[in-house]
Design a protein. Structure first.
Length: 139
């Protein structure tokens, strides 16, 4: 689930670099968000499919028994990864703009803050998705 923190930290680094080189300004936040949203969705979808395939493969090969509801567990992991990585990309790309706007140096605080923020909210996303998908079966 720390994939969101990783994608957020990467997005943060790219935005900080672009801000420092004056390739983008504070008013370009919407352009960056419009580019990061599909990037996060695609990366999250790829990781989600990998997560689903891993659960299915382990179930079929007998490495682990997820029980009779394993497809729902796989869907939960896949959907949560899409949400977590998308949130990571968006928040990671937007935080440097916010920090610069309030007068802080984005380079000094962004990456650790994004990783922590997205990892913590990633758990909330995962459990929220699990509550929706697994309600009535495992929950």
């Amino acid at each position: 689930m720390s994939s969101g923190g990783n994608s957020g930290s990467q997005a943060t680094s790219l935005v900080i670099r672009a801000l420092a080189l004056r390739e983008i300004g504070l008013g370009d936040w919407w352009r960056v968000a419009l580019r990061e949203l599909p990037t996060g969705l695609v990366l999250g979808s790829i990781l989600g499919v990998v997560g689903i395939c891993r659960i299915a493969l382990w179930q079929y090969l007998g490495f682990y028994d997820y029980g009779p509801h394993w497809p729902l567990i796989a869907a939960t992991v896949g959907a949560a990864l899409v949400g977590i990585v998308t949130l990571g990309s968006l928040s990671g790309s937007m935080l440097p703009f916010a920090l610069k706007r309030v007068g802080f140096d984005p380079a000094s605080a962004s990456a650790p803050f994004v990783a922590t923020l997205v990892d913590v909210t990633g758990l909330v996303i995962y459990f929220s998705v699990a509550l929706v998908i697994l309600r009535g079966t495992l929950l």
